[in-house]
Design a protein around this ligand. Structure first.
Ligand code: HEM
Length: 393
């Protein structure tokens, strides 16, 4: 549990390094939840919403807390994927693909996922020393994302690289490499998208690109939706796998319990998602004067929703800094809430349950060779590399 008295009382929330120092970040938000729950970041001109109840409130009130063109740190008025819009435009675009992501529909992905998981876990077991990011954490979601979109699955290294570059968008005004990386990623995936869309026009398949082509979604929106699914599908789950393996390696008795009793896996996955909370924040803009908790906000004010803070709120989670795979209830907000609630949540949960069940069944013990290398990034707590030693049962 961070020490609130000694905690820093200020922070630069648009500094990538702030988010990579996990202890420092949690210390600051623990202080903020107690002392300044809707904290004013003067330097960056934004309000940070740190309490669980206030995050829920802002997420549920898309009027006046708008996502239109401003869901990330930088305003992107020209973006036309679902997440960058308010209803009714948002919901119309979400409905095009919604049916592919119900709990029942995502079962269609299970055979492909189990084959891939078996292949990756077999290889990792043989190696014993596993580079978690490339061998497991990045590969599985990138292959699934390629498959779901309609891209050739063997292009997963490209999906991995595109998603990494897209997740750096917050830094593009101050970092030339981030800007170039994003432009080249969009150019590269748009070429594959254009080719695939042309094929699907004459020969539709069971994938998202076929749905968008069938609905005559304009090419620009199709490009933006594809970018959203690449980043949303590949980067988030990757972070949960890599950092989830790390927290479980630090709790060997919980790892062993999960291996002995697979019925523990669903709750364990929820706790891993709460613990890791792979996305740090989304943004909203107040469209009129209102309040968040006791804090008045003005029309035009920028609001940052801070997920890792909401998920360590002691008002909701008993002993929030204790990792407990048996935690129940576990109303974490890692997938957001309200109209933009993560479309991929059912798929992500199924993918993570299948993977963690397979790994815990096959590996008696897991042991870090070195600490995960976490990328300094405002948006996502992604792991660049992480080395693990696995002992088969
Ligand atoms: C553990 C994994 C994941 C986490 C933690 C996560 C988290 C989130 C969060 C926080 C949001 C915004 C919610 C809001 O504003 O209220 C979101 C939206 C979204 N996510 Fe995920 N996500 C994950 C996996 C996925 C996957 C696998 C996919 C792809 C199938 C996906 C696709 C999306 C899409 C399309 C949206 C936009 C929804 C909308 O605007 O209506 N996510 N996700």
């Amino acid at each position: 549990m961070p020490d609130t008295e000694a905690a820093p009382t200020t922070a630069d929330l648009l500094a990538p390094a702030f988010w990579a120092d996990l202890d420092g970040m949690h210390e600051f938000f623990t202080w903020a939840r107690a002392e300044a729950p809707v904290w004013r970041d003067e330097r960056n001109g934004l309000w940070a919403v740190t309490r669980h109840a206030d995050v829920l409130d802002v997420e549920r009130r898309s009027d006046p807390f708008s996502s239109q063109g401003c869901y990330r740190a930088n305003v992107a008025a020209e973006e036309t994927n679902m997440i960058a819009q308010d209803d009714p435009g948002h919901i119309a675009q979400r409905r095009l693909v919604n049916r592919r992501f119900t709990p029942r529909a995502v079962q269609d992905f299970a055979p492909m996922l189990q084959d891939t998981i078996d292949e990756l876990v077999d290889k990792a077991t043989e190696k014993g020393d596993v580079e978690v990011v490339v061998d497991l954490a990045a590969q599985l979601p990138s292959r699934l994302t390629a498959h779901m979109l309609g891209f050739p699955e063997e292009r997963w290294p490209d999906v991995k690289s595109w998603s990494e570059r897209l997740m750096r968008t917050d830094a593009l005004l101050v970092d030339q490499d981030a800007l170039m990386g994003m432009i080249t990623a969009i150019t590269e995936f748009n070429q594959v998208l254009t080719e695939t869309a042309a094929e699907r026009r004459t020969c539709p398949a069971d994938d998202l690109i076929s749905i968008w082509v069938g609905a005559d979604l304009d090419p620009m929106s199709m490009m933006h939706e594809t970018g959203l699914f690449i980043a949303g599908g590949a980067e988030t789950t990757r972070t949960v796998i890599a950092r989830g393996l790390h927290v479980l390696a630090q709790h060997p008795e919980q790892w062993a319990a999960m291996g002995d009793d697979p019925s523990l896996v669903p709750a364990a996955v929820e706790e891993v998602i709460r613990w890791v909370t792979p996305l740090n924040n989304f943004f909203r803009t107040a469209t009129r004067a209102d309040r968040i908790g006791a804090q008045p906000v003005e029309a035009g004010d920028r609001v940052m929703i801070v997920y890792p803070s909401a998920n360590r709120d002691g008002a909701v989670f008993d002993d929030p800094f204790r990792f407990d795979i048996r935690r129940d209830p576990n109303p974490h907000l890692a997938f957001g809430q309200g109209t933009h609630f993560c479309l991929g949540a059912n798929l992500a949960r199924m993918e993570l349950r299948m993977l963690f069940e397979s790994m815990a069944r096959r590996w008696k013990a897991i042991e870090p060779v070195f600490e995960p290398d976490i990328e300094p990034n405002i948006f996502a707590g992604a792991v660049r590399s992480y080395h693990l030693r696995v002992t088969p049962r």
